[in-house]
Ligand binder design. Structure first.
Ligand SMILES: Nc1ncnc2c1ncn2[C@@H]1O[C@H](COP(=O)(O)OP(=O)(O)OP(=O)(O)O)[C@@H](O)[C@H]1O
Ligand SMILES: [Mg+2]
Length: 289
């Protein structure tokens, strides 16, 4: 299947000369859930800013459904309708005084009728659990609430690709779980999702494909299920593999679990352990005999 979006050989330097990207390539399959890992400064945010045209590569190309993106006004407008980006820091994204106003900005800008805008705003706020705050001033919200409003603003545009820069950071655990369910529901509807994170366990449990960046390049792109069986691949890109891998390897060595498949999470590993056939206790054999 050809990629929905593809960055090829992109190099980008910030105005002060520091390299954001170096010959970086990344392709996302339509409808897939993608996690982007990498150390601080690896280039995750810079890469994401390229995907909706906020930054333009010095060399290399960005293709949307096999067509090169044009960086004129119309080309960028078309790209940004399809690619919704949620920033790492919500204060960089929110600029209206009130929540509703902020979320309606994008749909109004598309020239949609008022009734449609109202419906989209209500739906998006409900999706992130912020409907009760529709009339709140943005500056009265907590950090996590601001992040949810940013996401609502992007959802209201109904993007085909949703790019989220460290969306879990600063969210409480129930909201992280809610967000994960919301991203799953969007993926089920065919939305392609890319999430940057420092949480390898989340990446392994949630993503279809995992991409790892280092030094401005995407060094590794592979199916999460395949990577779960490849500790060396994680080591090669300087990433600590999720704990479930070492636990599973030890249980497999002791003959308690089959060598494959590797469960995607600790919960999955516990379920596999519980599901294995129970050995018949020797004592009960003696009594029965
Ligand atoms: N505005 C900027 N001006 C100059 N250099 C920048 C700027 N933003 C990022 N860089 C540099 O670009 C490189 C990539 O940074 P980027 O923010 O993309 O990393 P990241 O992977 O998102 O890191 P983090 O995990 O800390 O968010 C780093 O070397 C960084 O110093
Ligand atoms: Mg970043």
């Amino acid at each position: 299947m050809s990629p929905l979006i593809e960055l090829r050989g992109a190099t980008y330097r910030y105005p002060d000369g520091s390299h954001g990207l170096r010959d970086c390539s990344l392709a996302l399959r339509p409808g897939s859930r993608n996690a982007l890992l990498g150390a601080n400064g690896a280039g995750k945010t810079t890469l994401m800013l390229h995907l909706n045209g906020l930054l333009q590569p010095e060399s290399g190309t960005l293709q949307w459904q096999g067509q090169p993106v044009s960086y004129g006004r119309d080309g960028l407008r078309a790209l940004r309708q399809q690619v919704g980006l949620v920033f790492q820091n919500p204060d960089r994204q929110l600029f209206s005084a009130h929540v509703e106003e902020d979320v309606s900005f994008g749909p109004l800008n598309l020239g949609l009728p008022d009734a449609e805008v109202r419906q989209r705003v209500a739906e998006s706020l409900a999706a992130v659990g912020m409907q009760a705050h529709a009339r709140s001033p943005v500056h009265h919200l907590s950090f996590g609430q601001k992040k949810r409003v940013c996401l609502a603003g992007v959802l209201a545009m109904r993007p085909r690709l949703l790019v989220l820069d460290e969306p879990m950071a600063g969210l409480d655990l129930p909201m992280q779980i809610d967000l994960q369910h919301l991203l799953d529901a969007l993926a089920m509807q065919g939305v392609t999702v890319l999430v940057s994170t420092h949480d390898a366990a989340f990446a392994a449990a949630w993503a279809d494909d995992i991409h790892v960046m280092a030094n401005g390049r995407c060094q590794l792109s592979r199916a999460a299920q395949a990577l779960l069986a490849q500790p060396q691949a994680w080591a090669d890109v300087g990433q600590r593999p999720p704990e479930v891998m070492a636990l599973h390897a030890e249980l497999a060595r002791q003959g308690l679990l089959p060598a494959a498949p590797v469960p995607r999470s600790i919960e999955g590993l516990l379920a596999a352990l519980r599901a294995r056939p129970q050995p018949v206790a020797t004592e009960s054999l003696i009594h029965e005999g």
